[in-house]
Design a binder for this molecule. Structure first.
Ligand SMILES: *Cc1c(COP(=O)(O)O)cnc(C)c1O
Length: 455
């Protein structure tokens, strides 16, 4: 519970810091958790309490909180060249090397990379690229962006418009021209008696109808997470990308994979698109890209978009876009190390090795009478609380069930995240089997306690 003595960390946090995406009544009641350091997948607060972070920070601290190689890579680069931009034909050697590496590990035979400071900015950048192409290619009306309800693409005005969450209405978003298709969540959106294959076909038909209604010439691209992350960990239904990609191709609409969460190992492959067996036209990366040790995002364009952006830029002698810290040398050095750590030091192998145990743990939680669905891919998963399992009826929202579960977990030394009526698990890739047991046992204890109070 909160320490209310004057000048406590909790009071100081309240006094001068805004909380983003935070259930304010909970914080008012319990106080902020103010953290000082981490060790492996654990974090420690100012009172010396230890928590297993089942969300690896915000999906991104996949190598844990004290990886020596990553800290050393940052320090070495700070010593060598602590900052530079990527404007006016200059960029750091680290930036050159990271782009080579990203194209090498991408599914593209060739391509180019543009750097940002975050995933949101990477999505903004991608949209500006597509708008720029429309103008340059004599199709200025080709500006609409398709995404899906519950898709999460960030918080800047454009990326929030892409995000398919109702909370953005408080900002008067989405902007015009951002169209949200049905969330392809079979368990929730499938109709009675509808098979998964029929559901996928219906999603594809909706896309076809939307393109016909809006006009193919007005659509600049479709952006999709391979597995929806912040929407509640929603894997695509069977054959989904195989059903939608040909429709997009037929109309010349690029498919962009927002791999900010799935990229670099979360689904057991370098990319979520590899896990689901499709090759997008561009990839958005962030989060795991630096294993969370530096803020950075990247737009990775495949051959076709690369050539077109190059031609459009050549025509006006520049691509008028960039951030002061795009391609920051320390960020690039950290990303190079992070990619190495994930792909060659065994982290992604550990994801694969732990996946069966993770799935078994999710299925064990599903035995709770008030867990309606357990879902996931690789080391990202969620369990969804329901009042009635047979009818999938959710708990009344004023019960704040998932907040209560997450708060009870915190009391038990486990950090996990409420999302709608679901609780999300996305542990660090360095997790051990016994840490995973600890995670599931603590979550199960918390679920049982909360369900005994509200069911
Ligand atoms: C987190 C996230 C973003 C936004 O990244 P920020 O760095 O928070 O701006 C975009 N897309 C997806 C899929 C994400 O999970």
């Amino acid at each position: 519970m909160r320490d209310d003595t004057p000048n406590s960390w909790e009071a100081r946090a309240d006094a001068h810091s805004f909380y983003g995406f935070t259930d304010l009544p909970s914080v008012r009641d319990r106080g902020a958790v103010v953290l000082t350091h981490g060790q492996g997948p654990y974090v420690f607060d100012v009172h010396g309490r230890k928590y297993l972070d089942a969300n690896s920070g915000l999906w991104n601290m996949v190598a844990g909180f004290d990886h020596p190689g990553l800290a050393e890579a940052a320090k070495a680069q700070y010593d060598r060249f602590p900052g530079y931009h990527a404007f006016f034909g200059r960029m750091s050697d680290q930036t050159v090397m990271l782009s080579e590496k990203l194209i090498e590990v991408s599914p593209f035979p060739r391509g180019k990379v543009f750097y940002t400071n975050s995933g949101s900015e990477a999505n903004d950048t991608l949209v500006k690229m597509l708008w720029f192409l429309g103008g340059a290619e004599g199709k200025p009306e080709r500006r609409k962006i398709l995404t899906r309800k519950n898709g999460y693409h960030g918080v800047t005005a454009v990326s929030a418009s892409m995000t398919g969450k109702p909370y953005n209405s408080v900002f008067g978003l989405p902007l015009d021209g951002f169209i949200h298709l049905t969330c392809p969540h079979y368990w929730r959106e499938g109709q009675p008696g509808e098979s998964e294959a029929a559901f996928t076909a219906r999603m594809a038909q909706e896309l076809e109808d939307t393109i016909a209604r809006e006009g193919a010439d007005t659509i600049a691209g479709l952006v999709a997470e391979p597995v929806m992350g912040a929407g509640g960990v929603i894997p695509p239904p069977e054959g989904y990308f195989q059903a939608i990609q040909p429709i997009l191709r037929k109309h010349g609409i690029p498919l962009i994979a927002d791999e900010v969460i799935c990229g670099f190992g979360r689904c057991g492959e370098v990319w979520g698109s590899v896990a689901y067996d499709f090759v997008p036209d561009a990839i958005i990366s962030s989060k795991n890209l630096t294993a969370g040790y530096f803020p950075m995002g990247a737009v990775i364009l495949g051959p076709d978009l690369t050539d077109r952006l190059q031609a459009a830029s050549d025509a006006i002698e520049e691509f008028p876009h960039g951030f002061t810290a795009s391609g920051h040398p320390v960020g690039c050095a950290v990303a190079l190390k992070a990619i190495d750590v994930i792909l060659t030091e065994g982290l992604m192998e550990n994801v694969r090795a732990l996946t069966p145990k993770f799935e078994a743990g999710l299925n064990w939680l599903l035995e709770n009478p008030n867990i309606g669905e357990a879902r996931g891919k690789g080391l990202m998963g969620a369990v969804e609380a329901v009042r009635d399992k047979a009818t999938k009826t959710p708990f009344e929202s004023n019960l704040s069930v998932s907040e209560r579960i997450a708060n009870t977990c915190t009391d038990h030394g486990l950090i996990c995240r409420p999302l709608g009526q679901a609780v999300v698990l996305c542990p660090a890739f360095i997790m051990t089997e016994s840490q995973m047991d600890e995670m599931f046992e603590k979550l199960n204890t918390s679920l049982q306690k909360v369900f005994s109070e509200v069911a």
